[in-house]
Design a protein around this ligand. Structure first.
Ligand code: CUK
Ligand code: CUA
Length: 625
């Protein structure tokens, strides 16, 4: 009895919670005693790991985390390892604090009649030579079939475009080498062409397309028609290939039909060949769109369909550039595709599309996404098992060849049901294997109960050592899908105040010029029929105009230039009872247009606490009847 107890105690520090529970159950009454003596070393080890996540007051995080916000339509910035939320970037959503979606500058970004919502899943940073270059972030809107670009120097959305001929942009990834020329976007749902009601319940006629967008101009360069649907996508480190998963090879429109086949596929796109086809005019166009569309269905020079079990979800490129790894979702496996062998396939040297597969490790239930530490290990989320599994790629390849080797390094419990996971710098050739975040879909009992809608649980795991250690729980508003962790050295060009020549408000500056107004100095009201253009400055704690007089029925444009130069001295302009609030950062010009429909006195005030006399920073809009 005593001997057994000692043995168990010694083994405990290396046991997972579930193994521990199993063990205590097995030894029955001994459980309590083991827990008391056994847990101490576990806690001690964790305390030292947890300490690494502490960023003391006044100190800065080492990594920027960029998180998608799901149906909130936004992108969030977190600090890693503290997991503090630092900022939110409105992208497809209306934002009441900054007036994004309301200011003329943001309306130019969003375009006319922009829907009020979005569903962001995949946020990725632009690359040069296979690593982050700090220029842009790109993100999808699954809900309204759009993509957006965010300028990293000011962390504001600067372009939003719709993607034609498809419905629901899901997977989004960027060309990594030589630089981000293309943004690749997956059209997820198969739809009829044309989608004008002439074809309805004939799913056999539906199809979807893969889209390449020019990252610099945000013009759509080409599209490829594919078999099946498109789920996630990733690109290689040569600039030659992109891969996308398909979970509905069946082309079904109901659940049972979508799960029927044992294998769906990973489709690999040969980018130079598609570009060549476009150059040679081997394309069609669809409907009103002028975008060249190449047909990549069936066996073509442009596409390779690799049979992949079963309804695969994520696809991830290893940072050494050697493999695409497709995550089996309904199969307990990941499928490892050798990019070198993909070269051979396209050179005509292989017979069977499955010949490019070099490993298919069995990992656990519900593999969704994989990330990397740059030391040859992969980390995969197991949605159904609520675990992250660490496995070795080289060993998985040896096992596939028939060698008896255990490629599983460790499984760690996460809480609960993880979707994406991401390690620091893992989507670059500089994957540094320090931190990993598991974006768990369910948080259940991990936080105080805040009502029926629960936060997500983003868990930080230390992967710097041999063993993964869970070190932090971070609640997030539902629901981030994906995230990236970027070393702060990649973002040295983030500005502290606006440049007066910034293109974000250049059109507003032009308007002022036409009115003969010097924005940084003048406080003027210009009447132009029943259009009134008001120009004023803001400088803590006052606006350039204490009162503005207009007539009922006027269309009023208020343009404010914040002439303060102090970092973080942001002012606002809120007009009472008009639904108007906008942000004016230091050295920024912001404008908003509205109709003065109600006669009377309406106070406007600054909504950022900018000065001891912030409450006094206000004025009156006098609307004559
Ligand atoms: S998807 Cu959400 S967990 Cu949209 Cu990348 Cu996998
Ligand atoms: Cu300006 Cu408060």
């Amino acid at each position: 009895m005593k001997k057994g107890k000692e043995k168990e105690t010694r083994r405990l520090p290396n046991l997972s919670r579930r193994e521990f529970m199993r063990n205590t159950a097995a030894v029955g009454a001994l459980g309590a005693g083991i827990a008391a003596t056994g847990l101490a070393p576990v806690r001690a080890a964790k305390a030292s790991a947890i300490e690494k996540t502490v960023v003391p007051p006044g100190e800065l995080d080492e990594y920027y985390g960029f998180w998608s916000g799901g149906p909130s339509g936004e992108v969030r910035i977190l600090g890693i390892p503290s997991m503090r939320e630092l900022m939110r970037i409105p992208v497809f959503n209306y934002d009441g604090a900054s007036g994004y979606g309301l200011t003329n500058e943001s309306k130019r970004v969003l375009g006319p009649d922009a829907p009020p919502n979005g569903d962001t899943h995949h946020v990725h940073m632009s690359y040069t030579d296979g690593t982050y270059d700090g220029r842009y972030l790109f993100v999808n809107d699954k809900a309204n079939t759009r993509i957006a670009r965010i300028r990293c120097d000011v962390m504001k959305t600067d372009k939003v475009i719709g993607i034609p001929n498809v419905q629901a942009i899901h997977g989004l990834r960027l060309q990594k080498v030589p630089r981000t020329g293309y943004v690749f976007c997956n059209g997820e749902f198969r739809i009829p062409h044309p989608n004008d009601g002439s074809i309805l319940d004939e799913p056999e006629k539906y199809y979807t397309l893969y889209t390449a967008v020019d990252a610099d101009t945000m013009e759509i360069k080409w599209q490829v028609i594919v078999d099946g649907n498109l789920d996630n996508t990733d690109t290689d480190y040569s600039g030659k290939y992109a891969a996308a998963t398909c979970y509905n090879a069946e082309g079904a429109v109901d659940l049972a039909g979508m799960m029927a086949a044992e294998r769906d596929w990973t489709v690999i796109f040969n980018i130079p060949r598609i570009e060549q086809a476009v150059r040679e005019g081997k394309y069609i166009t669809l409907g009103d769109s002028k975008v060249p569309v190449v047909d990549g269905r069936g066996r073509t020079p442009y596409t390779l369909y690799v049979p992949t079990p079963k309804s695969p979800h994520g696809v991830n490129t290893s940072p050494d550039g050697k493999y695409f790894i497709a995550n089996g979702k309904l199969s307990p496996t990941c499928t490892v595709i050798s990019i070198e062998l993909v070269d051979k396939w396209f050179a005509g040297e292989l017979k069977d599309p499955r010949d490019v597969v070099v490993a298919e490790p069995e990992l656990g239930l519900g593999p969704l996404h994989t990330t990397f530490d740059g030391r040859g290990n992969a980390y995969t989320t197991l949605f159904i098992d609520s675990q992250v599994v660490k496995w070795n790629i080289a060993d998985a390849i040896r096992a596939y060849k028939g060698e008896k080797v255990n490629y599983i390094r460790q499984k760690i419990d996460v809480h609960y049901q993880p979707g994406h996971l991401k390690a620091s710098m893992a989507e670059t050739k500089e994957a540094d294997g320090k931190w990993l975040v598991s974006l768990c879909k369910f948080s259940k009992d991990r936080y105080l109960n805040v009502g029926v809608l629960k936060p997500e649980n983003d868990q930080l795991i230390d992967i710097s050592g041999e063993r993964m250690e869970l070190v932090h729980d971070g609640p997030t508003f539902p629901e981030p899908h994906d995230a990236i962790m970027v070393h702060r050295s990649k973002l040295k060009t983030v500005r502290k105040i606006w440049d007066r020549k910034d293109p974000y408000f250049a059109e507003t500056v032009e308007m002022a010029k036409r009115d003969g107004v010097v924005l940084e100095r003048d406080n003027k009201v210009i009447r132009d029929g029943n259009r009134v253009r008001v120009y004023m400055t803001s400088s803590a704690p006052r606006y350039g105009l204490n009162e503005i007089r207009v007539r009922r029925g006027d269309e009023v444009t208020i343009t404010i230039t914040n002439i303060d130069k102090i970092e973080d001295l942001t002012h606002g302009f809120t007009l009472c009872d008009h639904g108007i609030a906008i942000e004016i950062g230091p050295q920024q010009t912001s404008s908003v247009t509205f109709k003065a429909e109600k006669a009377g006195v309406y106070w406007y005030y600054c909504q950022w606490f900018c000065h001891a006399l912030h409450l006094e920073m206000r004025g009156r809009l006098l609307v004559e009847p």
